[in-house]
Design a protein around this ligand. Structure first.
Ligand code: MTE
Length: 358
């Protein structure tokens, strides 16, 4: 499928054509690196046309030396670095929360909006150091060049992260993806990549970086992407989502597969903001567990591939995966405990029902 901006895989599942919201089934995105043509697209507004020659990035707010940088200025002044990192949308596996209680007005994403890429660009920390944060700076806000329609009206997309995170070396201003230039649909010519945080903080087509005392007032930070677990939770005081919660996906075999009894290879990926420590799999719906073998870590920010061999008894079986992060956090058994009004952050055990022939 051609989106007009980048050639995408023919197996793209399109949730919305305009703005484009689409991704491939998990089995096609999994692997050490998700090829660019299979990387999911999550847009709140149309992709803006950006003239790379005229493009300027403003860095201002609580800055001693406000900057205005062309793409050539960035390339000439800052070290180029490459970071393997996953991007995961807060709406990943929302469909399972719809099954608990429907969530009107939100896209019913399945397992598509997650991918693992090699991002190339400049450390945000270096650009912020050049701008010289003032003593009161505690948050870094990003604004895109797109125009999105929401309950706050027609605004650009934006968001912010705490200054501590913004100055971590893995946070990039990226102009490259998987060895090529960053495609327009993924935020080219320049986007923010905040590994370990919900995808919404990785602002595409970034045109302004503002050092602030408080989080961004943009709709997508101040209203959307908040944790609203109860009908009565007030938006203004609800937690703003940031760091991703540990998760794992059992990619193969696929749900509904008809398998033979006996040993069966299962595989998938896991992701945690501070690194994946352990993955466990179950072949009996979560009654008993065994440890999976983890592939070497490409970076603490990339997803971690895993595999295990389970023993299948004849009949129906539910394969399950769960991961643990370095601090010992894991995933809840039941998606109902993750239900929230916007359908974010479903990291319940990933259950895959299969048939086992005798
Ligand atoms: N940046 C802008 N300017 N506009 C957007 O709509 N969507 C965000 C984020 N950055 C968005 C954006 C969301 S919700 C996600 S999950 C990621 O971009 C998706 O990035 P991708 O489309 O490159 O996969």
């Amino acid at each position: 499928m051609t989106t007009g901006l980048v050639e995408k895989s023919p197996s793209l599942v399109v949730y919305q054509e305009e703005p484009l919201n689409a991704g491939v089934p998990a089995a096609e995105a999994a692997g050490e690196v998700t090829p660019t043509e299979r990387f999911f697209v999550r847009n709140h507004g149309p992709v803006p046309a950006v003239d790379a020659a005229a493009y300027r990035l403003r860095v201002d707010g609580l800055a001693r030396r406000p900057l205005e940088l062309s793409l050539a200025d960035l390339a000439g002044s800052f070290e180029r670095v490459t970071v393997p990192a996953a991007l995961q949308c807060a709406g990943f596996r929302r469909q399972e929360l719809f099954a608990v209680t429907p969530i009107p007005g939100e896209l019913p994403w399945g397992e598509e909006p997650a991918g693992n890429a090699t991002w190339s660009g400049f450390r945000l920390a270096d650009v912020l150091a050049a701008a010289g944060p003032e003593a009161g700076a505690a948050h870094v806000a990003f604004t895109g060049l797109d125009s999105c329609s929401s309950s706050s009206g027609e605004t650009p997309f934006g968001g912010s992260v705490p200054l501590d995170k913004a100055t971590s070396p893995e946070v990039l201003l990226a102009d490259g993806m998987n060895g090529g230039p960053l495609p327009a649909v993924h935020g080219g010519p320049l986007r923010v990549v905040v590994p370990g945080y919900i995808g919404a903080r990785s602002v595409k087509w970034v045109e302004r970086i503002e050092l602030r005392a408080t989080p961004s007032e943009n709709h997508y930070q101040s209203r959307a992407y908040r944790w609203l677990p109860q009908a009565e939770t007030a938006v203004e005081t609800a937690e703003m989502l940031g760091e991703l919660w540990v998760t794992s996906l059992l990619v193969a075999p696929a749900a509904g597969a008809v398998l033979s009894a006996g040993p069966c290879e299962v595989s998938g990926w896991a992701l945690a903001a501070d690194g994946v420590a352990r993955v466990e799999v179950s072949a009996d719906g979560g009654s008993t567990w065994q440890a999976a073998e983890l592939a070497p870590e490409a970076s603490p920010w990339a997803w971690r591939l895993w595999r295990a061999r389970v023993d299948l008894a004849p009949g129906g079986a539910t394969l399950v995966a769960r991961a643990f992060d370095a601090a010992g956090h894991s995933q809840p058994a039941d998606p109902a405990v993750r239900w929230n009004r916007k359908g974010y952050m479903n990291n319940a055990w990933h259950r895959v029902p299969v048939e086992v022939a005798g």
